[in-house]
Write a protein that binds this ligand. Structure first.
Ligand code: SIN
Ligand code: FE
Length: 291
C-alpha cells in the first residue's frame, strides 16, 4: 500500500494532459496524497523573518488568514501586513494549483482558511483528541459539513531543511469498517439541541456525528495508533502535497514552518463521488446519513 502519488510539476499553474489529469483525480479521490517534490512556495528575503514562533499570540499554534484578516499573530502592524501578504500569495497559488489540476472542481470549489504554523510540532500536554500526532481524519465539531469535502494544500516552507514528518494510515473504508460497529447513532433530538444551544453552526447530520466519532475513537485507541497499517513520510522543505484530509488518515509527527490552504467542495462536484467518505459510510451503514 503506497499512500503517495508523486507528481513532477514545478509550476503552480500546471499544464497537464487529460489522461494524467484523470489519473490524478482518481488517485486523490481514492484517498491518496498527491506529492509535488518540485513545487515550492518562494519566500521573499524580507519574509524569512516571518518564520518565527514568536509571532504567535498567546497559546496559539496557528496564524490564520480568512477574508483578508490575520488572526492569531501578535507583532507590529507592519509584520501583520507582511503576514497577510505572504499568506495571501500562498492562498492564490494553492487556488491556481487545485483549479489548474482539476477544472471540474472550479465552479463549486470554495477557498476557506489559510493557515501558517510557525512553531515546532509539540504534542506533549495535549489531550488525545486534540493531538494531531495521532492518526485521524479531519472533522469539525462546531461546523457540520454534511458530507462536503475538506481538501488541503500543504507546503513545507522550513528554511533549515527540516522535513515535516507525517504518518498516513490505512484506506478510509478499512478504518471505517473497523470503528463503525462501535459507533452508536446520535441520540434523538441531539442535533437540534446542539444547534439551538449554539454548539454547532447548523444541524449536525449523522454523517458529521460518525466522522467526529471516527476522529475521536481513532485518536484514543493506542493499540490502533501503534499497530494499524501505516506509512511514514518525511516531506522535505520546499515541497508541496495535497489531499482530502477528511479521508486520508494522517498524523503530523515533527517539523516546523508549514503553510496550509483549506478548500471545500460538494461531493456532487467530484469526479468519482462514490469514493467520498459520505458515500462509503452510507454504503456501509445501508442508509442515508445527511437526511
Ligand atoms: C493535521 O492536519 O492534522 C496537521 C497537519 C500538519 O500540521 O502537518
Ligand atoms: Fe488533521
Amino acid at each position: 500500500m503506497d499512500m503517495l502519488v508523486t507528481v513532477e510539476i514545478a509550476q503552480w499553474l500546471p499544464l497537464l494532459d487529460e489522461a494524467l489529469r484523470q489519473q490524478l483525480a482518481w488517485a486523490l479521490e481514492l484517498g491518496k496524497v498527491l506529492y509535488f517534490p518540485q513545487l515550492s512556495f518562494e519566500l521573499y528575503d524580507d519574509e524569512l523573518a516571518l518564520l518565527s514562533p514568536t509571532l504567535l499570540s498567546g497559546e496559539r499554534k496557528n496564524i490564520s488568514l480568512e477574508h483578508g484578516e490575520v488572526r492569531g499573530a501578535g507583532g507590529p502592524p507592519e509584520t501583520r501586513r507582511q503576514l497577510a501578504q505572504m499568506m495571501g500569495r500562498f492562498s492564490e497559488q494553492a487556488d491556481q494549483l487545485v483549479r489548474g489540476l482539476f477544472p471540474r472542481y472550479d465552479a463549486q470549489l470554495h477557498g476557506a482558511r489559510t493557515s501558517f504554523r510557525p512553531a515546532v510540532i509539540d504534542h506533549r500536554n495535549l489531550s488525545a483528541t486534540k493531538d494531531d500526532s495521532r492518526l485521524h481524519v479531519d472533522a469539525f465539531p462546531s461546523r457540520p459539513n454534511r458530507g462536503e469535502r475538506i481538501l488541503r494544500v500543504f507546503c513545507n516552507v522550513n528554511a533549515a531543511d527540516t522535513p515535516r514528518r507525517w504518518r498516513m494510515g490505512e484506506p478510509f473504508e478499512q478504518a471505517a469498517q473497523r470503528f463503525l460497529p462501535r459507533i452508536r447513532r446520535p441520540l434523538p433530538g441531539s442535533a437540534g439541541l446542539l444547534s439551538t444551544l449554539g454548539i454547532t453552526k447548523g444541524r449536525r447530520s449523522e454523517y458529521d456525528h460518525i466522522m467526529l466519532s471516527l476522529h475521536d475513537r481513532m485518536k484514543r485507541d493506542a493499540a490502533y495508533q501503534a499497530d494499524a497499517p501505516q506509512q511514514v513520510m518525511d516531506f522535505p522543505a520546499r515541497t508541496t502535497w495535497v489531499c482530502f484530509t477528511d479521508q486520508v488518515l494522517h498524523a503530523a509527527m515533527s517539523g516546523q514552518h508549514l503553510l496550509e490552504q483549506t478548500f471545500h467542495i460538494p461531493v456532487a462536484a467530484q469526479y468519482h463521488p462514490e469514493n467520498s467518505p459520505l458515500k462509503v459510510l452510507e454504503r456501509l451503514c445501508g442508509r442515508g446519513l445527511i437526511a
